[in-house]
Design a protein around this ligand. Structure first.
Ligand code: IMP
Length: 435
């Protein structure tokens, strides 16, 4: 058996979907194990573009089983819309989707709560969430008393639970009076809407824990598809400007229910520059025409929310940390083509903090906000590389740039991506062999 995982090494949006899609060809099962509809994975194949939020990217491959495991928070309405969208694009799902009965369900009150907090926290304190109800749903999961798992939708007691939760939520949200839509706390509407949604999903719902344990023990090839990026990890990221799940490599086991012994390879995915959506410190951010140029060339606007992404230089201090944290065995460097027009490119190699030079990523967001990046400047290549297929066809300056990144963060390069299409992928190591 080989278990391989694909983990974002920055603040999400590292183009993981494309890599997962390429790796599904050597996988029997793809697992989504954390996050929810806050994620947006885009896969481009010729003139077809697929966008998935909950669905594992393996859904596009007819030979792959797709598992949404207990660590995910699931919005049934969004999931059904996704299923309908990919089906209308010719994808046959059939019995290739399994949803864990243990996954927690996002309800309208979670979205109301996300909005209410977002409207309350101002300025630099605002996390700037995707407003998909992710944090409030995970908060209820940890709190236990007001949580509903997917399997609960099919059990007696569901209606009573919704009534009780709506009552509680009404009083809890009273402090936000006027800032949320009271209809979102109407138990009858929720019961009737969610009963319809539950029926539509029923054939996919079951116990994925035993399924995955059996699969691992019988030698199936499993691909773990991380969502968001390691710097957004709840415990190990730039807290509190993080998401509410363990989005670095350390979250694979807890979210999927498979112990670490089944994970042999970790592919860390990083863009050749940095982006961040939402609030929080971002030392290498470029709030200038170069940042605007990167945003334009990389089409850096959120897949889920459409928000413009903040753009900056590659931060080797941050990515060296997440490479170690996630146990990365090989690196996929994405979107190298976005930098092609630049005369010079910078890499952050250390920070200046409180009069000292540091190379270890700070553990506190206030320290990170104070950190001043120290850059190394490399010459650009100013050549179109979107048609390059082999690593030795890359301009020398492009090669020097990616090799310097690899050296600074301490991981070998497996893949370089030079455009959104599956074909615009340069295999450097053996990872994609046989594709
Ligand atoms: P939440 O996950 O919606 O609670 O948002 C928390 C933080 O994570 C915000 O800064 C979001 O912009 C960010 N975030 C959540 N999901 C993604 C993603 O898929 N890509 C990039 N950022 C994300």
């Amino acid at each position: 058996m080989s278990g391989i995982s694909v983990i974002g090494l920055q603040w999400g949006d590292e183009a993981k979907g494309k890599l997962v899609d390429l790796l599904t060809r050597r996988s029997d099962i793809v697992v989504r194990y954390q996050g929810g509809a806050n994620a947006g994975h885009t896969i481009v194949d010729g003139d077809q573009k697929y966008v998935v939020h909950h669905l594992p990217s393996g859904i596009l491959n007819p030979d792959v089983i797709n598992v949404v495991s207990p660590g995910v928070v699931l919005n049934p309405q969004t999931l059904i819309e996704e299923i309908e969208a990919v089906t209308s694009q010719g994808i046959v799902i059939g019995q290739r989707l399994l949803l864990s009965e243990r996954a927690h369900v996002v309800f309208p009150w979670h979205i109301a709560e996300d909005n209410a907090w977002n409207n309350t926290l101002k300025g630099k304190k605002n996390i700037g969430t995707t407003l998909r109800g992710i944090g409030p749903c995970y908060r209820d999961k940890v709190g236990r008393t007001t949580a509903i798992q997917l399997g609960d939708l099919y059990r007696e007691g569901f209606k009573e639970k919704v009534h009780a939760i709506c009552e509680l939520k009404k009083s809890m949200l009273a402090g936000f009076a006027g800032k949320f839509d009271a209809d979102l706390l109407n138990p009858e509407t929720t019961i009737s809407d969610y009963s319809v949604l539950a029926e539509r999903l029923q054939s996919y719902v079951g116990d994925t824990n035993h399924y995955l344990l059996d699969a691992a023990e019988t030698g199936k090839r499993i691909l773990f598809e991380g969502a968001q990026g390691s710097l957004l990890d709840l415990d190990h990221g730039t807290y509190p400007f993080v998401t509410s799940s363990n989005s670095s490599g350390v979250g694979i086991s807890s979210g999927s229910g498979l112990p670490g012994k089944w994970i042999d390879e970790v592919i860390g995915v990083a863009k050749c520059y940095s982006t961040r959506v939402g609030g929080g410190p971002f030392p290498t951010e470029l709030e200038n025409p170069t940042g605007d140029h990167i945003r334009k060339m990389g089409n850096e606007f959120g897949t889920t929310t459409g928000r413009p992404r903040r753009c900056g230089w590659f931060d080797a201090v941050a990515v060296r940390y997440t490479t170690r944290l996630s146990g990365v065995s090989g690196l996929a460097l994405m979107m190298l083509d976005v930098l092609s027009e630049l005369e010079e490119i910078k890499i952050c190699t250390s920070y200046q903090l409180k009069g000292q030079t540091i190379v270890d990523f700070p553990g506190n967001a206030d320290d990170l906000a104070e950190a001043v990046p120290v850059f190394e400047t490399l010459p650009g290549w100013q050549t179109d590389i979107t048609g390059v297929q082999e690593v030795d066809q890359l301009p020398q300056n492009a090669l020097n740039y990616v090799e310097r990144i690899s050296q600074l963060i301490g991981a070998p390069i497996e893949v370089i991506s030079v455009g959104p299409d599956r074909k615009q992928t340069i295999a450097v190591g053996n990872l994609l062999a046989g594709n």
